[in-house]
Write a new protein. Sequence first.
Length: 94
Amino acid sequence: MITIENEKQEIKIIDRKTFYSSGIKKIHSLNETEFIIDTNYGSMQIEGDNLSMDELDLQKGILKISGTINSVTFISSIKKQEKKTKNIFGKLFK
């Protein structure tokens, strides 16, 4: 992923109920328990309950999510995250 120099990313979590971020490039997947997105600084995973997208403006790079925010994790690569998930299921079903 190419990072634009001097481009900032702002992340806010308000009362674990609202997540806001600038610097959004792409949404890989989303559902009521997980969002996986690309940002100026790499991929990010937001996990929670009853998550819903309140605002998305890819032109401005803005994303707002509401629900119960349980975790926000920066992930080095989407492929590594998918591989990790597959490995967990592989271990469970051996």
